[in-house]
Design a protein around this ligand. Structure first.
Ligand SMILES: NC(=O)C1=CN([C@@H]2O[C@H](COP(=O)(O)OP(=O)(O)OC[C@H]3O[C@@H](n4cnc5c(N)ncnc54)[C@H](OP(=O)(O)O)[C@@H]3O)[C@@H](O)[C@H]2O)C=CC1
Ligand SMILES: Nc1nc(=O)c2c([nH]1)NC[C@@H]1CN(c3ccc(C(=O)N[C@@H](CCC(=O)O)C(=O)O)cc3)C=[N+]21
Length: 449
């Protein structure tokens, strides 16, 4: 990882601070140092010239991540930048969990900045509070004292658990009432490790709430016809209420043709063009809403984030996340901008948003400087980055530079533990509502789906 190349620079700066009779205060982390060194090096290009600068009472004291990184970015370019600051961005950052509640709108709260929240504590165990790291450098050269505010963490894992509990209750009610157990069929083609993990997790989640899961594992070199045959079989099977074809499919397969073959009333992923089409039309409702965007919206609702009349930016325009997320925000009466890889001024556009949903698949793309103070940030990105410390050899980070965003946003989803668990909860919810619709089982007044 390119961050390695910054570490010597960091220790170099540390030496300089010590030589100048300085010390580092609490929150002293190698990567915090990397930030200082990056900031010092940026206009200069190398450490020897940095030492030169450091002997002067320079502008380090005015540097914040937002002000310093754009310099570096302009010297090294965006792609380099993303990897050079990866560790800095993905450090566990200070944050408090924001208690959530369902669909209570616009009670003025202490967190109100550009977006208003209504909130009520869920339970003590769901509320984690950590101190902000105030880091200070006291050296004879006048250096930094940064006081950081921290965003509330939108706890997708806790919300998902609450939803799964509600679903489990509904499944018992349905089984007791009409003897029907919802069923979900998952078709996996090929042996991608990440896809296998997702499918395994979905199966576990089904078992936990009482949904029966069915699985078809096909080899990478299967033909399209074989996949279509399995879909037809599940379409005809009355014990199956939802069908999901895990994406991505092998390259030789026509995704459109395969997804179109799933019966509309069992399309729990919500990827069928008729479902997406209805999502985009006024006065029409799809049978199913795609799980990840639905999970994002549910988080916004449960945390009482007002959407109506707000400006929202969606980064990414894929069929499965970005596009349906924008359509849903629009249905909720937000004013939407979409940012994609051809967008000329993504920073400017994103900085206007009260609500940001990022689904680009680019680690640490969204910097603190992209975020309007007080905005709510939903980070959909799941990006593996090398991490020798982690048992898996990698860890997951989002699209948003979490450490920086925490200091600017009013609320943010973490990765992991944010949107991911909600995607699975929404899949279970869609499967339950499919079974209810097919068997004409009445929706419970308090039920989630
Ligand atoms: N948390 C969850 O439950 C889920 C997470 N994910 C994660 O979300 C991310 C996105 O997934 P998905 O939508 O499938 O990905 P895709 O690759 O299909 O789409 C990515 C989108 O982001 C845009 N994009 C890429 N790079 C940039 C950039 N530098 N600036 C602006 N826009 C950019 C692309 O633009 P263009 O259209 O111009 O190419 C494209 O529209 C991934 O990290 C994925 O792993 C996905 C599904 C569920
Ligand atoms: N037909 C189809 N439907 C999908 O919904 C679909 C898909 N194909 N292909 C792949 C993407 C990705 N996706 C995720 C689901 C859960 C987590 C998730 O639970 N993530 C955990 C972390 C998991 C881990 O640690 O590995 C979290 O963010 O906390 C992530 C990503 C669904 N997708």
């Amino acid at each position: 990882m390119q961050v390695e190349s910054w570490i010597p620079s960091s220790s170099y700066i540390l030496k300089l601070i010590r030589a100048a009779g300085g010390s580092l205060g609490n929150g002293n982390k190698k990567l915090k140092l990397a930030r200082v060194s990056a900031a010092v090096l940026s206009p200069l290009g190398n450490p020897s010239r940095a030492s030169h600068l450091f002997s002067l009472p320079v502008s380090i004291k005015t540097l914040t991540p937002e002000s310093s990184f754009p310099f570096v970015s302009s010297v090294f370019g965006r792609r380099n930048m993303a990897s050079s600051v990866l560790s800095d961005c993905s450090l566990p950052a200070p944050a408090r969990l924001l208690p959530f509640q369902r669909s209570v709108q616009s009670r003025t709260s202490q967190f109100q900045r550009s977006v208003s929240f209504a909130w009520r504590p869920l339970s003590l165990s769901a509320i984690r509070s950590t101190a902000s790291p105030h880091w200070s450098l006291s050296a004879s050269a006048s250096v930094a004292v940064t006081t950081e505010t921290s965003a509330k963490v939108i706890d997708g894992k806790a919300v998902a658990k609450q939803i799964k509990d509600e679903i489990a209750g509904e499944i018992v009610r349905m089984k007791d009432g009409i003897g029907i157990v919802p069923g979900l069929a998952v078709i996996l083609v090929g042996s991608r490790k990440d896809s296998q993990t997702y499918v395994r997790n979905k199966k576990k989640a089904c078992e936990a709430v009482g949904i029966k899961s069915y699985e078809a594992n096909l080899p990478e070199d299967s033909t399209e016809e074989e996949v279509l045959k399995h879909i037809a079989c599940f379409n005809d099977d009355p014990s199956v209420h939802g069908i999901l074809v895990q994406l991505p499919l092998p390259r030789h397969m026509n995704e459109e043709k395969i997804l179109n073959a799933i019966g509309l009333e069992k399309d729990v992923d919500g990827f069928h063009p008729l479902n997406i089409g209805r999502l985009s039309m006024q006065g029409r409702d799809p049978l199913f809403v795609p799980c990840t965007p639905k999970g994002c919206m549910e988080l916004l609702h449960r945390y009482g984030v007002e959407i109506k009349g707000k400006r929202a930016v969606v980064i990414g325009r894929s069929n499965i996340v970005g596009m349906p997320a924008a359509l849903l925000l629009q249905k909720a009466n937000a004013t939407i901008s979409m940012v994609h890889s051809y967008t000329k001024n993504p920073v400017e556009i994103t900085r206007q948003a009260d609500i940001i949903i990022s689904a680009a698949g680019v680690a640490n793309l969204v910097r603190g400087s992209w975020i309007k103070p007080g905005a709510v940030v939903i980070d959909v990105g799941i990006n593996p980055v090398d991490d020798a410390q982690s048992p898996r050899g990698y860890r997951l980070v989002g699209d948003v530079c979490y450490e920086e965003a925490c200091k600017v946003a009013s609320a943010i989803t973490p990765v992991p533990g944010g949107v991911g668990p909600m995607t699975i909860a929404m899949l279970l919810s869609n499967t339950l509502s499919s079974a209810k619709r097919i068997h004409d089982f009445k929706v419970h007044v308090h039920s989630f789906s």
